[in-house]
Design a protein around this ligand. Structure first.
Ligand SMILES: Cc1ncc(COP(=O)(O)O)c(C=O)c1O
Length: 378
């Protein structure tokens, strides 16, 4: 079955008794036992819930993994995955990483003795150099947020295997529709399901998928023990979002491609970062490991004043954090998503006060271009 069909059928007829096309919502916190030692398979909703189980199974299948886990936010998924590690362990993280993930590892995980260093994972040599005797995992984003740097998932996963450590990929930007890192050798996938998976800016969600039974058992234990699970109501919204993932991503991606080209042709835009514009090795790697460029476009205006003018003048595009919804959003990474990354690191990575990040939605493309044009020229 093609992934488009699988997505459209997400959660279909999971209730055999009624044949309900839509997944039933089970808001029960607990489940009655017929007698001692006799369970329906559901005991308590933190451990497992019938609605959540549908989404978790779908996500595992879509990513080609063994076990899926749904959390109350992307950061809850990151926290649960980080709980696989212990005091004294060390992780190597993509240097250009979602700011919240940076904040979690530097300001929370370090207090629990889980150390981390950042490395340019687009360079396998740099990745290898960063691995220490206590390193337990590589944490990869590709394309990175917000600079769209590309890492070679297969090469990093095979390096991780050679070193006896895990490879973890945050697949939020690409979704399993465009990129399936487990099939390239990764051990764990993380999503902010708040983004493309949910797709409508109306729900917070995190997803983790493990490649093996052993890792799934460990993460399932952590999910139950720490408890940041997705509610049945929110799960239902996410399943509904999944059904249209392919359509939404296709449309947003077409729009993003056109907008990236339009931005590249403007004198007042000094740089455009979009996987579809990449030439040479990075472009080749991205095209080899994914089936599209996605719908995230970052770009630099000539100066800070111009960047602020665009933010303050857009009318159709909303100035808001987040991404991956049907509505286009514009974000100021240095001030919003990446404000917790120290200024000198931001500067080094190119996350300057002239950089804007566009999450392109499904609107009419010309309307979006006209909106950007009036915001830049008005
Ligand atoms: C790439 C990436 N990973 C993780 C997260 C965290 O997800 P959430 O906001 O759902 O907690 C985000 C949020 O923006 C993100 O962009």
């Amino acid at each position: 079955m093609k992934i488009e069909t699988q997505l459209a059928r997400a959660g279909l007829c999971t209730d055999e008794k009624t044949g309900a096309i839509s997944t039933p919502i089970h808001p029960s916190a607990t489940f009655r036992h017929e007698s001692l030692g006799c369970s329906t398979g559901f005991d308590y909703s933190r451990t497992s819930n019938p609605t959540r189980a549908v989404l978790e199974k779908e996500m595992a299948s879509l990513e080609g993994g063994y076990g899926g886990f749904a959390f109350s936010s992307g950061m809850a998924a990151v926290t649960a995955v980080a709980s696989l590690f212990s005091h004294g362990d060390h992780l190597v993280l993509s240097d250009d990483l979602y700011g919240g993930t940076y904040r979690f590892f530097k300001k929370i995980a370090e207090r629990f003795g889980i150390r981390s260093d950042f490395a340019d994972l687009t360079d396998i040599g740099e990745a290898e150099k960063a691995i220490q005797p206590r390193t337990k995992a590589l944490f990869i984003e590709t394309p990175t947020n917000p600079m769209m740097k590309i890492s070679d998932i297969a090469a990093l996963s095979s390096l991780a295997k050679k070193k006896g450590i895990l490879s973890i990929v945050d697949n939020t930007f690409m979704t399993p529709y465009l990129q399936q890192p487990i099939k390239l050798g990764a051990d764990i996938i993380i999503h902010s399901g708040t983004k493309y998976i949910g797709g409508h800016n109306d729900v917070l969600c995190g997803i983790a998928v493990c490649a093996t039974k052993e890792l799934s058992e460990q993460l399932g234990f952590i999910q139950n023990a720490t408890g940041g699970v997705l509610s049945p109501f929110d799960t239902w919204l996410v399943i509904r979002g999944l059904k249209t993932l392919a359509l939404r991503v296709d449309r947003s991606q077409d729009n993003a491609g056109e907008i990236a080209v339009w931005l590249s042709g403007r004198r007042d835009v000094t740089a455009v970062f979009y996987p579809g514009l990449l030439k040479g090795r990075d472009g080749e790697i991205h095209r080899g490991q994914s089936r599209g460029s996605g719908a995230m476009v970052s770009f630099c205006m000539k100066d800070k004043g111009q960047a602020e003018k665009v933010i303050n003048s857009v009318k159709i595009i909303s100035f808001a954090e987040s991404l991956g919804g049907v509505e286009s959003l514009i974000t100021y990474p240095a001030v919003q998503t990446h404000s917790d990354v120290p200024a000198e690191i931001r500067e080094k990575l190119g996350i300057t006060d002239t950089l804007l990040r566009l999450s392109v939605g499904i609107e009419d493309c010309q309307d979006l271009i006209d909106d950007l044009k009036q915001a830049m020229e008005g």
